[in-house]
Structure formats: C-alpha cells, structure tokens
Design a protein around this ligand. Structure first.
Ligand SMILES: [Zn+2]
Length: 319
C-alpha cells in the first residue's frame, strides 16, 4: 500500500494528514504554525510535526512515498523554494522542501495552495478523469489552478491561474493587487458582504437577515441561508454575485476551452444560488460551443481539501 503525506501550511495552523491510494485520510492532526519564529526554527518544527503524525499513524516510513506541501503565496516547485508568503514572512526565500526532506528522509514537494486544490480535485475529486481543467476556490479571495492535457500549467514565473484578478469592471473597486474591478472584489467574501450592507442601508428592500446571522455577523454563509429561506435582498445579492462570477467564467471559457470548471471554497457552499446565475451569464457571453460543452461543478473535496490537495502534489510529482 502506498501512502502520501499532505501538509496544508497556513499562517495560523499547519494541518498534516496521511492519505491512502484513493485520497482517503488515514491520520490527521493540526499544529500551531508559530509563524513568528525564524526560518530554521520553523523548518525543524514542521519536520517534528510530520514525524509525530507518521508515528501516531503506525504506518512504516518506507510506505509513505512522498510529502506534498501546499503553501500560500508564491513558490518555486522546481527548487522547492518559498519565494513570498505574506503571513509567514520569515519563510521568504527559504528552500523549504529540500530542508524538510533532509530531516524526514522522504521526498518532499511543494506548490501553492491553489495548485494543491486543483491537483486534489484532479486526482481524487470532481475533475477525476478530465484532462483540461480549471479549478477555482472562492472565499476571502479567489485562487485558481489550470490543468491542460493532464499537466498542471504553472506559467513562466509560476504565477498562472490568478483567476480572481481578471477585470470585470473597467472603473471598478480597487483590488489589493493594484488593479481596479477584479472579479475577486465582487465575488469574494468582502464584496458580497459590502454589497449586501449597502443595499440594506439604502432600505429599498427589507431583509430577514437577522434570523440567519453567523455568530452575530452578516457573512456570505448568512446571506445564502437567508436567500434559501426566501429573503429577497439576500437572493438579489447572491444572484448578482453569480452574475459577476459568470462574466469571469465566460472569459476563462473563451480563452482556455476547458472541459470542466470546478468551484470550491466557502462561497461555493451557496451551491446553485451562485452557480445557476453564473452559468446563465456565462452562456450569454461566451462562444456557444465551448460554453455548452463545459461542465461547471462544485468541488468534491470539502473539509480535508487542503490536506488531500497537498498530498496530491506528491502524488502528481511521483506519477
Ligand atoms: Zn486584483
């Protein structure tokens, strides 16, 4: 039996899990990242955490064929170097994959978390069996990954797949990336909540949102729950969000002609509230043949998507 180990690296937690041949989770555990430590301390800490998970799993080290690290930010998968991670800045320029490989004695591979999610869906999720794939995560921001002819496409500086930063409004809201009107500003968490609050203040429509607050807060989850219960304003906001997403999807479809677009992340939990208007808008705007052919589906990997995706980096590198 072959096993793979996935490390889902985040600014607060590092989630580590061992998966079997079918992407099933055998053992998993979370640890604090200790993001404020220096790079050497972090490398040792991560190495120890991995060794601890292997020990509690009872799996022999030789049966773990590879380790995949899904990292936020910009990484070089060829050298294993982390180039820039905003929330763990001491790791910037660190050759993380080779350093951990030296500690644990198992091949270690690294890629960014959006590519990890994409590979997870490709090997074990909704995109299994497809060759031309776009995967996107919609949450606080929008990340994405591209697979063509069964191969991950990373671009010439490893920054391909920035699906959230396609312009959908020429004079739109300014984005953290410096551009104006990026789709992320409209379909990401903040865009949805801000639009809802603006409409609520304008008082053109009443809302029952107070019954659905998420720990006292208006969140995309609260808005989609209210929409499902028939709240008109929430329905309007979700429909608009889907329409904005559809504008971006039309561009992806026209440029890349994928077989399938897999959409994951917290906001995708809205399901058809988001995807139905998105598909409708995409059909209106994209070339008819590729638009009719493309499947737009929700991601299959949910709670453990980060771990399974990260392990998939190793699966994909060793295939
Ligand atoms: Zn942007």
């Amino acid at each position: 039996m072959n096993y793979y180990l996935g490390v889902d690296l985040g600014g607060t937690d590092i989630k580590i899990g061992i998966t079997g041949n079918r992407g099933d989770i055998h053992t998993k555990q979370s640890f604090p990242t200790n993001a404020e430590s220096d790079a050497d301390t972090l490398v040792n800490h991560f190495g120890k955490c991995i060794q601890k998970v292997i020990k509690i799993s009872g799996i022999k080290k030789e049966d773990i064929k590879g380790v995949g690290i899904g990292s936020p930010g910009l990484v070089n998968p060829e050298t294993g170097q982390v180039k820039y991670v905003v929330n763990i800045q001491t790791l910037n320029d660190c050759y993380l994959a080779p350093a951990i490989e030296k500690i644990i004695g198992i091949p270690v591979f690294i890629d960014n978390d959006a590519n990890a999610m994409t590979l997870g869906e490709f090997h074990f999720g909704a995109a299994l069996g497809y060759k031309n794939i776009i995967a996107m995560t919609v949450g606080t921001g929008i990340g994405g990954g591209l697979i063509f002819n069964g191969q991950l496409y990373r671009g010439s500086t490893f920054s391909a797949g920035e699906l959230g930063h396609i312009t959908i409004e020429s004079n739109g809201i300014q984005c953290n990336c410096g551009n104006y009107g990026c789709v992320e500003r409209y379909v990401g968490r903040e865009g949805i909540v801000n639009r809802f609050n603006t409409y609520l203040k304008q008082k053109k429509m009443k809302s029952t949102i107070n019954k659905f607050l998420d720990n006292g807060e208006i969140t995309p989850k609260a808005i989609s729950m209210a929409a499902r219960a028939g709240d008109k304003l929430s329905n309007l906001v979700m429909k608009e969000t889907g329409t904005y997403l559809g504008i971006a999807l039309a561009s992806y479809v026209n440029i890349l002609n994928p077989e399938i677009i897999v959409i994951g992340g917290g906001i995708a939990n809205a399901g058809d509230l988001l995807l139905k208007p998105a598909k409708k808008e995409m059909m209106k705007r994209a070339y008819p043949l590729p638009a009719r052919k493309v499947k737009i589906v929700r991601a299959k990997l949910r709670n453990d998507a980060g771990i399974i995706g990260s392990a998939s980096i190793a699966v994909n590198s060793l295939k």
